[in-house]
Design a protein around this ligand. Structure first.
Ligand SMILES: [Zn+2]
Length: 360
């Protein structure tokens, strides 16, 4: 039996070995596929083309980017070595407009965190989104009176506004000026969402009187305890830009917010070492146009693509296009630890608080 079966088995074994070799080769080829974050992270200047966003906030790229100047009358760019002060011209114009308006409201000036890379795309570190030039992080620390040095912009710590244990705002730090700043940012029609820590959302829910309609745009999310994240909608001239879901009409202060003060959102990640989506993306995962965006020639110089004011006029000219129907974006949020996403309504809970720890 054994002797007879050997000749039969040999071809099978050979085939199996060949298959295994092929599989190993294929795996090696996949791992050798360059990561999109390395390719986009290496670009120092934007692609010269009309401003256009391709794909989704967490899976895309853009052309026609402009840089926010390092300094303005009422803003300063933080962490300049990251080279993330690039955005769609409408985004950069809006940051400048917010800086002016907030200053008029009594906020000394804005400290600007990450916007996008010159051509967007996934980043080497941090951020699932910020890929299509329509997201910006703005510190909740007011601009100091004297100009910050380069070293200070690189190293200065931001102020944590939220107690990490209770997830509540530190009352000694929160001021009416913080509320006014968020209200001003939410007041612009192009702004669709502002992401803040749940503690900050709760503080607003508990204290804002009069007009509360703007609270709809203020969305609770992990982190965002020293900065807020301002996201604008897809801009005219970007048919390939994928809109996010519309926010619900209410102020979001009820059960969806209460969910954040349960155990569930804060359970340790079961798989903390699992790679994030942005770490795995290859060019094949991005819209096909992003290959051309990557290959396009550089802008002639940094000065040529640094935004030169005109803020209010440019923002007024860039009227938001009619919103597209909401789309499913489950693939882009798979990396998040729970079902909540920065692009979708917060999951509601249907039971009273406090919610018991599972298994108790
Ligand atoms: Zn952000």
């Amino acid at each position: 039996m054994t002797l007879r079966s050997l000749p039969d088995r040999k071809p099978f074994l050979t085939a199996a070995l060949a298959l295994m070799t092929l599989a190993a080769l294929a795996a090696a080829a996949i791992s050798a596929e360059p990561r999109a974050k390395d390719l986009f992270g290496a670009k120092k200047l934007p692609a010269v083309a009309p401003a256009q966003s391709f794909g989704f906030y967490s899976k895309g790229c853009f052309t026609g980017g402009v840089a926010l100047p390092m300094d303005g009358p009422s803003w300063e760019v933080m962490r300049p070595s990251r080279n993330r002060r690039w955005g769609h011209p409408a985004m950069i114009a809006l940051i400048e407009k917010l800086a002016r308006d907030a200053h008029a409201d009594g906020w000394p000036g804005l400290l600007i965190g990450d916007v996008s890379q010159p051509r967007g795309g996934p980043m080497m570190t941090g951020h699932a989104s910020h890929q299509i030039g329509l997201d910006a992080d703005i510190w909740l620390t007011p601009m100091p009176r004297r100009p910050l040095t380069f070293a200070e912009r690189e190293n200065m710590s931001a102020t944590l506004m939220v107690d990490e244990k209770t997830h509540l705002v530190k009352d000694a730090l929160w001021t009416p000026a913080h509320t006014r700043l968020l209200k001003r940012a939410a007041s612009y029609p192009e702004v669709e969402r502002i992401l803040v820590n749940p503690g900050i959302k709760k503080k607003l829910c508990d204290t804002v009187t009069g007009d509360r309609s703007w609270l709809r745009k203020i969305r609770p999310f992990w982190g965002h305890d020293y900065h807020f994240h301002m996201r604008i909608g897809c801009q005219p001239g970007s048919p390939g830009c994928k809109a996010q879901e519309a926010t619900p009409d209410d102020d979001g202060c009820g059960k969806p917010l209460a969910w954040w003060f349960t155990e569930e959102p804060w359970r340790p990640n079961k798989n903390p070492d699992a790679p994030k989506a942005r770490d795995l993306m290859t060019m094949a995962n991005l819209p096909k146009e992003c290959q051309a965006v990557l290959a396009a020639p550089d802008a002639p110089s940094l000065a040529a693509v640094t935004y030169q004011g005109g803020g209010a006029a440019a923002v007024a000219a860039a009227k938001p296009q009619p919103s597209e129907p909401a789309k499913t974006i489950s693939d882009s949020v798979a990396a998040f630890p729970t079902q909540a996403s920065a692009f979708a309504p917060t999951p509601s809970i249907g039971i009273p608080l406090p919610r018991p720890r599972p298994g108790n």
